[in-house]
Design a protein around this ligand. Structure first.
Ligand SMILES: [Zn+2]
Length: 453
């Protein structure tokens, strides 16, 4: 609520009050708990022979050492500085026009980003959903995945499922007609249903001792609105992207050909698991694929316009430098406190803030670490992971797909080389082998700069 308020509040002093209150919401108690947690984690890591908790947490992941993660974050921050500076200049000019010569602070960021977006992107994100009836999105998405990855989905009717809106599909290799697996689509909301959009592996694939293959089975759960009066309900654009992302996990699971079940689950190495889905999200921002999944709700022959597709992409990339800088700041804090002993977390953020966010100081009285739950639970020492995965996904997209989104040859190669091994090979080895070279940071930086102001 507060963040939404910060993006629409016109009065600077009100924004500041709300931003300060928001930045204090966890309070000193949370920072004290976090500092205690970090100490215990370091002790645990030392008992296991590591010099700090971060090295323990990162050793089984793609970068392997905390040093590598720190270098990655610092390089990212530096490479994004030009872009972020240009974006900040635009925001400062907007502020000058609206409020005169007042100093630009953190409380202004969300509001002027929103204003900048209104100036530069001609798109009503609420209206665009009229082009995304659920049925059309799902059928277009299934067709696209079949075409791209040389798969064939066959719906199995008259089968016993847990609700009459659930659909079951078998998945076949389009050329050999080998059965690869099954997936359920349980996408409509109903009372009492688990309220997230996610994928659950119901069965992992593996080779059995008699030489036959047990095929993988997955279910895609979502919360789409139900059909209404025979008309397909409409999806908001972020929901389209979310379902597409999650269905990419389904295809990853079904395409997995590892010998052992241990390497066939959805629980792949943490930095690798999201790379294919983040790569495939790109198809939601390109007109050729968006048109396959869209159609005006009163006349589905009218797909979303090319201009609207371009605006969706421009909107995604708006102020990417500044948004990433904020994320990198928190990732750096996560990494530093989990590699060094007895760090005063509030002091650390105060010191790092202007260095990373282009000279803008931390808002007086706030304590971002007190309200950043990922650093405390679940992503401790691995907050970098999402940006890391995005970098690899951007490289794969730019190198192999950007100029020919529906290229089945590239898709099939991706399926066989990147999706099929599952966890049976090292992620870096898989990606390097597929790319034919070491992965690079540059495509990610270029993709974020592409629609720069
Ligand atoms: Zn995901």
């Amino acid at each position: 609520m507060s963040l939404r308020f910060l993006s629409i509040a016109r009065v600077g002093s009100t924004r500041k009050q709300i931003a300060v209150a928001y930045g204090q919401k966890g309070g000193n108690q949370n920072v004290a708990i976090l500092e205690k947690l970090v100490q215990i984690r370091h002790r645990l890591a030392r008992l296991l022979g590591y010099s700090n908790y971060s090295d323990f947490a990162i050793e089984p992941r793609m970068p392997m050492t905390s040093r590598k993660v720190l270098e990655f974050l610092e390089e990212m921050s530096e490479q994004l500085s030009d872009l972020a500076n240009r974006e900040l200049t635009v925001l400062k000019e907007l502020k000058m026009k609206e409020e005169g010569d007042a100093q630009f602070g953190m409380e202004d960021l969300l509001y002027y980003m929103k204003r900048g977006e209104q100036h530069k992107v001609d798109l009503d994100i609420g209206e665009i959903k009229r082009y995304f009836p659920v049925k059309l999105v799902i059928s277009g998405m299934l067709k696209m995945f079949q075409d791209l990855f040389a798969l064939r989905f066959e719906e199995i009717k008259d089968v016993e499922v847990w609700h009459d809106t659930v659909r079951l599909f078998s998945v076949w290799d389009a050329s050999s007609s080998d059965l690869l697996g099954y997936f359920f689509l349980d996408i409509f909301s109903r009372e009492g249903k688990y309220d997230h959009t996610c994928v659950v592996a119901l069965q992992n694939g593996c080779m059995c001792s008699n030489g036959s293959r047990k095929v993988p089975v997955a279910v895609l759960l979502s919360q789409c609105p139900k059909e209404f009066d025979g008309n397909s309900a409409l999806l908001r654009f972020p929901e389209v992207v979310r379902i597409f992302h999650e269905f990419s996990h389904v295809v990853h699971h079904i395409s997995n050909r590892a010998t052992f079940s241990r390497f066939s689950s959805l629980r792949l190495e943490g930095d690798f698991a999201e790379i294919p889905s983040l790569l495939l999200e790109n198809w939601c921002y390109e007109s050729i694929s968006l048109k396959m999944m869209s159609g005006f709700y009163q006349d589905i022959t009218k797909s979303v316009s090319t201009e609207a597709c371009q605006s969706l992409k421009r909107r995604r990339d708006m102020f990417a430098g500044l948004k990433l800088k904020q994320e990198i700041l928190l990732c750096l804090v996560d990494q530093i406190i989990h590699t060094s002993e007895n760090v005063d977390i509030d002091e650390l953020i105060k010191d790092l803030h202007p260095k990373v966010i282009l000279g803008i100081p931390l808002l007086e009285g706030t304590s971002p670490a007190s309200c950043f739950p990922r650093i405390a639970v679940g992503y401790d020492a691995v907050c970098y992971s999402y940006i890391w995965s995005e970098v690899f996904a951007a490289d794969l997209f730019a190198t192999k797909f950007k100029d020919d989104l529906l290229n089945q040859h590239a898709g099939l190669r991706f399926r066989n080389k990147v999706l099929a091994p599952g966890g049976s090979k090292g992620p870096l080895e898989i990606i390097t082998d597929y790319l034919g070279r070491e992965p690079s940071l540059q495509p990610f930086i270029q993709s974020r700069t592409r629609n720069a102001l």
